[in-house]
Every structure is written in structure tokens, then in C-alpha cells.
Design a binder for this molecule. Structure first.
Ligand code: AMP
Length: 430
């Protein structure tokens, strides 16, 4: 038997309905906030990720699925979406017509990490990116939108952690202070952090290795080095969050694993997932559009980890199962013939309808209808055809009614509506 790859998994019917609900909730909310969907490809030139994420990051250094194309070019399955969205913003010159763009995308990302609970090699993200707005209003609004999204999905035990990473102006001073510490504790740092110390000291603060964490516990905090503009910006973000009643914690040690972040950075953490406690992360990346060959445009975005979000949603998963409203139990060739037409027509007008295709006994068809959680069964056999009436059985109350076979689709529609208002059914019948 061929099994799926390690770290890659199937999301099966029974689970997928909750995923659909999560995605719909995101689409509804984000589009109300003015976001438009964008669907970039899942594969890009490797160079895009190297340049945007940074060569010394774990993602680029160790985790990318990189191949040679048949033509010998280096291509990579995207490990995250921001780089692709930025590439697209630049490639299609979106900034030329209207620099302010709010874009969202939903889809799979690929990282060759060690699979464990909450960490997969193919995982899903919902991304939102805003281009062309430098104002702290949008930083706060984005976090507000994100927290609203979580609350619509009834996610409990989450908190927003925010920090500011400063800008080109204030970072050098901070780097200097950090480098002094790094040169003292070099022996306790992992090999990667020793390399990072030279190339990008900020990266060391994101390292998960315990000896590095311990050695850097007393590391200087970048918020203590912010320039005046960055301080004002960060203060305004906090003020706007307060105004919308969003509680947050300033986490001075919060740095993001990607190179291009500036100023506001945030992570939504949960206490429900053990080590993999981040369900979403994001921040400002004012330098990236320019770095990738576009014009100077500020930008900010976030990524929600769908796999982790699904784990902590407290919704009743059964409520999202789509069950048939009607199951046609047809007995005999003539009835099956008729049932075939009804099933097509009813589904076409939005009444989810199923039938048995193999002409089994009434008992086994009823069992199947029950297993499928059908709200009603429409029974039609030779007897019913003779009488010109089919039997409609409410699977909840067990009540039965006769439905004339003439214009049965209309009659059924009427009967279902009346019965639907009379009884609490297991399904919503349109
Ligand atoms: P990042 O792009 O690393 O900032 O990740 C954004 C979010 O994606 C994280 O907060 C996680 O929820 C999720 N995520 C990142 N890597 C994985 C993974 N390997 N498996 C599942 N979710 C992940």
C-alpha cells in the first residue's frame, strides 16, 4: 500500500467541513474589511525566497523544498506566502494604479521541518497583506481583524503579543548592544547562532535552542532602542488597540523568524498547543517591496496557521457536516428511473438529495439514509407508482406523509418547507 509522505496528510470529509467554515469566515470578514483575494502559484524561483526571507534563516537554510526544473533552474515550493504576494504586487505593477492594496490568500505552504503535533511539512495558512499604508492605524486594524476572526471561530485561550523591531535608523544601535553580549556568550551559542551573530544578530533572539535561550535571557530589548518616529508609531498602535478593546501584551523578546520585518511585529499565541504555541504571526515589512525591485511602499501582513487554528476551535464540528435533506429510496427499475431525474432536479434547485444506485432492499436503503443523516426519505416503489403518491418520512419524528408523484419536485419543495417550519429538523432545507 502506498502511504502519504511523512509530514503530509489528508484532510478528510468529516474534518474538511470545519476547514471550509474557517475559510468562509475569513473570506467574509476580510472582504468586509476591503481585502481582495489573490491566488499566487505554489512554486516560485528559489531566488525570491532567498532574497526576501534571508539566507541565514532556518526556512531558507534548512527547510525549503527546492528542486531543479527540467530546464535546470532552481525552483522552490513556497514556504510562506508573503514573498509571492509581494512579487505579484510588483510584477503586475499594482502600485501604479492604486498603491493601497489589501490582499488575502489561502493555501498550502511547504517546509521540511521535523513533523510533530501542530507541525507539518505541508500546512495551510490564511494570509492578509496590506500595501501602501504606513500609518499605525492599519497595524492596529489588522490585529483587530485577526482577533475578530478568532472570536468568530470561538477560539479561546489566545493572546496577542506585540513588539516593535524598529527601522533602519534605530536598529544599528541595538545591534551594537546585542553584539557586545553575543561576543561574550559565543561559547554557549549553537553553530547557527554563531553564524547569525555575524550576519544578522537579531536572528539569534529567535533561536529555539535552550542553551541559546539561556545565554540570551538578559539580551537587550529592541524597544529600548527605538528612534522617535518608531516610538511614536508603536505608541499609536497600542493606543488604537486599546481603543478597540483588544488586550495585548508587549513582548520585548518577540522577534520574527523572517528577515524583512520592521516596526510592529505580533504573534497570536495559545496555551492550548504546547510547544507550537503560535497560531498566527505577522508584522510590518516596510523594506521588502523595494528590496524585491518595486518602489518604496510600506507594507504589513499576517499569516494564520490553519492546522493549529483548527485544533483550538471550540465549534461543534458536527454542526458543519452537510447531510442530504432527502434520500430517495427507490424500489424497482421504474422507480429508480424516476428517482434519477428527481435527484438531478432537486440538487439543481439546492435541495441536497441522494439515492441508492444499486437497487437494494428498502431496509438497507433506510439504513444508508440513516447513516448519511438524511432529514427525509422519499420512498417510492411499484405500489406508490400505482397509487400516484410517494411516502415522505421525516427521519427525526418518524412521521410519514403522502406526496403526489405529479410534479413531485414542486410538491416536495412545498412539503419540505411546511414541515421544516413545523419541526426542528436535523438539516437546513433551503
Ligand atoms: P510563520 O510564517 O513562520 O510566521 O508562521 C505563521 C504561522 O503558520 C505560525 O504561527 C503557525 O501557526 C503556522 N505554521 C508555521 N509553520 C508551520 C508548520 N510547519 N506546520 C503547521 N503550522 C505552521
Amino acid at each position: 500500500m502506498i502511504q502519504s509522505l511523512k509530514g503530509f496528510r489528508d484532510i478528510l470529509p468529516g474534518d474538511v467541513e470545519v476547514w471550509q467554515h474557517m475559510e468562509m469566515t475569513a473570506r467574509d470578514l476580510f472582504e468586509d474589511f476591503g481585502f481582495k483575494e489573490i491566488r499566487p502559484p505554489v512554486m516560485e524561483k528559489t531566488e525570491l525566497f532567498k532574497r526576501s526571507i534571508g539566507e541565514e534563516t532556518d526556512i531558507v537554510g534548512k527547510e525549503m523544498y527546492t528542486f531543479k526544473s527540467r530546464g535546470g533552474k532552481s525552483i522552490t515550493l513556497r514556504p510562506e506566502a508573503t514573498a509571492s504576494v509581494v512579487r505579484s504586487y510588483i510584477q503586475h505593477k499594482m502600485y501604479a494604479v492604486e498603491p493601497v492594496r489589501k490582499l488575502y490568500t489561502i493555501g498550502p505552504m511547504f517546509r521540511s521541518e521535523n513533523p510533530q503535533q501542530g507541525r507539518y511539512r505541508q500546512f495551510y495558512q490564511i494570509n492578509a497583506e496590506v500595501f501602501g499604508i504606513a500609518s499605525p492605524l492599519i497595524d492596529a486594524q489588522l490585529i483587530f481583524m485577526l482577533m475578530t476572526f478568532f472570536s468568530r471561530l470561538q477560539v479561546k485561550d489566545i493572546g496577542a503579543h506585540i513588539n516593535s523591531l524598529g527601522c533602519k535608523k534605530c536598529r544599528p544601535e541595538f545591534h551594537k548592544a546585542l553584539s557586545v553580549l553575543l561576543s561574550k556568550v559565543g561559547d554557549s551559542l549553537c553553530d547557527d547562532c554563531n553564524k547569525r551573530s555575524l550576519k544578522n544578530p537579531l536572528r539569534t533572539l529567535d533561536c529555539k535552542v535552550t542553551s541559546c535561550r539561556n545565554a540570551l535571557a538578559e539580551a537587550p530589548a529592541i524597544v529600548d532602542f527605538l528612534c522617535e518616529e518608531c516610538t511614536e508609531h508603536f505608541d499609536a498602535v497600542k493606543r488604537f488597540l486599546d481603543r478597540q478593546g483588544i488586550s495585548f501584551e508587549v513582548d520585548k523578546q518577540l522577534v520574527r523568524g523572517l528577515d524583512y520585518y520592521t516596526r510592529t511585529t505580533f504573534e497570536i499565541q495559545t496555551g492550548l498547543l504546547g510547544a507550537q504555541n503560535a497560531v498566527a504571526g505577522g508584522g510590518r515589512y516596510d523594506g521588502l517591496v523595494k528590496a524585491l525591485g518595486g518602489p518604496e511602499q510600506p507594507a504589513i501582513g499576517f499569516a494564520v496557521g490553519c492546522d493549529r487554528l483548527i485544533e483550538i476551535m471550540t465549534l461543534d464540528k458536527k454542526a458543519y457536516m452537510k447531510n442530504p435533506s432527502v434520500f430517495v429510496a427507490a424500489l424497482g427499475t421504474q422507480s429508480m428511473d424516476m428517482a434519477y431525474g428527481w435527484v438531478c432536479e432537486l440538487n439543481n434547485i439546492g435541495i441536497p438529495t441522494e439515492m441508492d444506485y444499486s437497487g437494494r432492499s428498502l431496509k438497507s436503503q433506510m439504513k444508508r439514509a440513516d447513516r448519511m443523516n438524511a432529514a427525509y426519505v422519499l420512498i417510492v416503489g411499484e405500489e406508490e407508482i400505482k397509487k400516484g403518491e410517494a411516502v415522505l418520512r421525516d427521519m427525526n419524528t418518524k412521521e410519514q406523509a403522502l406526496i403526489p408523484l405529479n410534479s413531485i419536485v414542486d410538491n416536495l419543495q412545498k412539503a419540505l418547507k411546511i414541515r421544516n417550519t413545523k419541526h426542528e429538523t436535523r438539516n437546513n432545507i433551503k
